[in-house]
Design a protein around this ligand. Structure first.
Ligand SMILES: [Zn+2]
Length: 148
């Protein structure tokens, strides 16, 4: 790491701490000019795949999970917590070490989290949405409800 002040490459890490499960914050010091600066290290997104019920394999889509939960948890669970849940689910998918985890399993992971967190969001989620592939149709249903 190059010192942003004097451009020396003689810098050292003096402190490291986790910001979240995917990010590390490092405090660094330049040994030439003693300038202190901070860097963040983030895990690169791993390419993950999911298997749909009809056997098709698609890329793992964080946004899809997030949006499905956001619709169900509208006004009840904040965006930061929803992002944390998506992080956890992604982590579980990585840990499962399956070449392509089934959408049903992902749906169950979402359901388990929502059930522990907020009953209303959980009920909204499962009442219309029964598996991961139905998130889009769930959103359509909700839009219909709102416009009625
Ligand atoms: Zn320096």
């Amino acid at each position: 790491m190059t010192c942003p002040k004097c451009k020396s490459t003689n810098t050292q890490v003096i402190d490291s701490r986790d910001v979240d499960s995917r990010t590390i914050r490092r405090r660094r010091e330049c040994e030439s000019c003693q300038f202190r600066f901070t860097t963040y290290e983030k895990i690169e997104h791993v390419r993950l795949s999911v298997t749909k019920r009809d056997g098709r394999v698609e890329p793992f889509d964080r946004d899809k999970i997030y949006k499905g939960m956001e619709t169900a948890a509208s006004g009840r669970i904040g965006p930061e917590l929803l992002s944390e849940i998506v992080d956890d689910i992604e982590q579980k998918v990585i840990e499962s070490a399956e070449p392509a985890i089934s959408t049903k399993k992902i749906g169950n992971l979402v359901i388990n989290r929502l059930r522990k967190l907020d009953e209303i969001s959980y009920l909204r989620f499962v009442s219309v949405y029964k598996n991961f592939e139905q998130i889009e149709s769930f959103q359509e249903e909700l839009t219909k409800l709102k416009s009625n």
